[in-house]
Design a protein. Sequence first.
Length: 162
Amino acid sequence: MKRDSALAVWRRADAVCFDVDSTVTLDEGIDELAAYFGVGAKVAEYTNKAMNGKMLCGAVLCSQLPINPLPLSGSVKFEDALQARLSLIQPTASGLQEMLRTHPPRLSPGIKALVHALHARGTHVFLVSGGFRQLIAPVGLCCCVVCCAVLCVYKYDLRCGM
């Protein structure tokens, strides 16, 4: 799509949806969560292997997870990969609250101004994520996106613990 065509679409839009991780924010929420809980390198290793189809059932990392092994094909379902990473992280409600207090979301440059400009012209703005409401809602607050417009694909509730 050419630049002029893309701008025309933006100008006519009644609503705009933004992905949160590494778009509205500079970071991936799951990576920040893992780093805060001290398992950033392990989660990154797992993510890399799973995404590149190199996760083998007999792998050391796989044997450390308290869940069923991943398929040998390297084809990992989103839910399975997320659950595996959460099993490594083992987040707690109090730890999550402390992480958000001490490490608030880092917004991408210009996103607040863009959201403000869209709101000013009557465009509805939605934040969409495959992550968790507890990590995404503060991003919505920072960007003045109302909570009901923050949509999290995965319904896992971090407040419940593991």
